[in-house]
Write a protein that binds this ligand. Sequence first.
Ligand SMILES: Cc1cc2nc3c(=O)[nH]c(=O)nc-3n(C[C@H](O)[C@H](O)[C@H](O)COP(=O)(O)OP(=O)(O)OC[C@H]3O[C@@H](n4cnc5c(N)ncnc54)[C@H](O)[C@@H]3O)c2cc1C
Length: 513
Amino acid sequence: MKSRDGQTQPWWTHAIELPSYPPPDANDSADVIVVGAGIAGVTTAYMLATEGKRVLLLDEGPVGQGQTERTSAHLSSIIDDHFADLEKLHGVETARLAYQSHCTAIDTIERIVHEHAIDCGFSRVDAFLFRSDDDESDLLDREFDAALRAGVTDRTWVAEAGPIRRRAIKFKNQAVFQPMIYLLALANAAEQRGTTIRTGKRVVDVKGAGKGERVTVTLDDDTTLHADQVVVATNTPTPINDWLGIYTKQAAYRTYVIGFLVDRDVYPNALYWDTHDRYHYVRLADADDPAKQVLLVGGEDHKTGQDDPKIDHFKALTEWTRRHFPKAGVETSRWSGQVQEPLDGLAFIGEALTKGDGVFVITGDSGMGLTHATLGAILIRDLIAGRENPWAQIYSPSRKLLTTDFISETLNVTKQYADLITAGDIKSPDELAPGTGGVMRQGLHKLAIYKEPSGAVHKLSAICPHLKCVVHWNTVEHTWDCPCHGSRFSCTGALLIGPSTEDLPEAKASSAG
Ligand SMILES: Cc1cc2nc3c(=O)[nH]c(=O)nc-3n(C[C@H](O)[C@H](O)[C@H](O)COP(=O)(O)OP(=O)(O)OC[C@H]3O[C@@H](n4cnc5c(N)ncnc54)[C@H](O)[C@@H]3O)c2cc1C
């Protein structure tokens, strides 16, 4: 099935048919409505159904076709933003709680895999953190000490990280799995426990409950649904989870992955990542041929819509791979995806301070979105059940951000508005090769021009409907990406990812030329 997020196809779904479900209608009723059927929403539905709640799980697309199919699926309790930094910002106790919460997430996935006999290749592996090519700092040493203070007792120094002949920290008890096999099986298990799954309609509004009322969820065909609580697990900030200005507290990044065929067991089955600011991450996965494996190598992150078009990220990843994993063979697949980086290193999970009660949110996944999603489901289950949970404070969506990154992020967004007055990428649609796009200035207007492979030209407004920044052409996914808050649109302007709620409009005749 063609991916919804762009034109690349992740390895996980190359041989999987996604199930279809009926659309929601006004007769659907539930105790709890969960919006978003990625790993966060499906796990939440499963947890709540296991508690005996009647759950309605909604998604505008098929189950799993958000960022969950685009993951590289490292299951790690070792904080990718580093224990040393987390401790500096939040203190040792928060670092300890964060570590424990991700450990519990991996244990929970393992328990679910065994309980439902899910054949998703879950296995415990070691993980290696090594110095990146250009890192001369003492980060690795500081991380070794900070990890212990956070409670990571089973970490040791090793002279080599698999094929990488560099001193590294080895962590035990991390894990890997095939995320889409796990997700689809979990959706089945949630259904068996009484969850109703409905797809194909976008949720356009969520209203908290007033006194004596229930929450209201409105769909794009104006159907309204009611429940005692709603959990918004849409991953990206959308207008329906935007009450706290969450889009100002996290930043959207693109990240890239390539799969290379290797002979089975040529490299130790482990997780590998380096200390680079935009770190490289590596793992092995099953190939179609049992004698082979796929070496998945990711990295090259940059802020969404702020790419340097002169950089070929896949070429850079390939060169890095050939240097560090020289036995990497032919390429099996390549894709990109989007992560939401919370500015203080912790996800946003809990009850949202909206007008009205009963609205919960899971977002701010970062590169640890699979474990954030799973621990988020546990936390929200407990909050809805009125049970105490030790992680509630550290992940609270209404916490104050304690970071200077908040100021630099605001400055970064402000800088993007300069695009409104610059020249465009092209002066005329004639300059575009078929199947590409570019921004063109026309008088006072900025137009997003896409030329179909057939040569037909689409002229859209290049102004993102969310907060009026100028969108950029994404050369890898053939989408229009907003550099301010990460909204994304198809090449012909259809909304893919919020916080925008609207498509890119057609250019007005006067500005379309
Ligand atoms: C390349 C890449 C590598 C990664 N590697 C790792 C890794 O190694 N380990 C790790 O832990 N994490 C990793 N992550 C992060 C992780 O994959 C994601 O954080 C996680 O899959 C997000 O799950 P989710 O359920 O929150 O969101 P999604 O899977 O995006 O699901 C959200 C769902 O909400 C639906 N939706 C959105 N808006 C609406 C609406 N208004 N109405 C109805 N439905 C709506 C969407 O259609 C979608 O199906 C990676 C991410 C990428 C892109």
